[in-house]
Ligand binder design. Structure first.
Ligand SMILES: [Zn+2]
Length: 253
């Protein structure tokens, strides 16, 4: 936790001196200088959503990716309770992708683990969305995030899905809430993406039907904190070749 800015904490909603929250956590390797581009500026210059950054204004962040999102108390709590579990999972998946030989025709990976604290992992995913979606839009997850034992995640409102991103990228895509408008004029529910190598997450609001992508892990929110049951996930391979929200494509080797 370093320099401070006044603002609203995105987990507890209090006005406070905000601390720098590394997103993703430092322990996943997020310690180097990053350039932060706004999606609007990018789209203005690349209307097809490609990732050409030439000549586009950016903010330089010497400490790594993240933002002034949380008060000191929330930052410390999340850091102590959830970050290690999440970081271990990300690092292990990265090691896996760096060591396996992708078989011809493969389009998903089976991850089996009995070392994951699923509730802690799930809560870190939700805290990343609280920090990367519109300010205050996830204050209804406050109790769930600030009591590690709480299983009060609102499953009638949200669904969380995971995908595998097997091909290494040097960029992160974080969309905040958006809606898709279909050809028939109907809108999807709100969707937020947080995509990075080697795992992408998509959070859906269930206020309207939507074609969803990835493995539904919402039920992990019901398991006791610090339980380590055997978890088996079959994560589809995906990529996010542009910055356009909703542009998530299947990968087959
Ligand atoms: Zn707070």
């Amino acid at each position: 936790m370093i320099a401070r800015e006044k603002g609203i904490c995105l987990i507890c909603g209090k006005e406070a001196d905000l601390t720098f929250e590394h997103i993703p956590p430092q322990a996943t390797g997020n310690t180097r200088k990053v350039l932060e581009y706004s999606g609007f500026n990018m789209l203005e210059c690349n209307s097809n959503g490609t990732l050409n950054t030439q000549g586009i204004r950016y903010k330089q962040n010497p400490r790594g990716a993240g933002s002034y999102a949380l008060c000191g108390d929330c930052n410390s709590y999340v850091g102590a309770k959830y970050v290690k579990t999440y970081s271990d999972f990300i690092n292990n998946t990265r090691d896996l992708f760096e060591s396996i030989k992708f078989e011809h025709g493969a389009n998903s990976i089976q991850v089996v683990t009995d070392k994951l604290n699923p509730l802690a992992f799930f809560k870190q995913c939700i805290s990343i969305f609280a920090c990367t979606t519109q300010e205050g839009s996830m204050l209804d997850c406050k109790e769930f995030l600030l009591d590690c034992n709480s299983t009060s995640f609102n499953k009638d409102k949200y669904r969380l899905r995971l995908v595998a991103i097997p091909k290494e990228t040097t960029y992160i895509k974080s969309t905040g809430w958006y809606r898709l408008i279909y050809d028939n004029g109907l809108c999807s529910g709100e969707i937020a993406e947080y995509m990075e190598y080697p795992i992408g997450m998509i959070l859906y609001k269930l206020d309207a039907p939507c074609q969803e992508i990835g493995v539904d892990i919402t039920n992990l929110s019901e398991l006791p904190y610090d339980s380590k049951p055997t978890i088996e996930l079959v994560l589809p391979y995906m990529e996010f070749p542009s910055i356009i929200p909703g542009d998530i494509r299947s990968v087959t080797y």
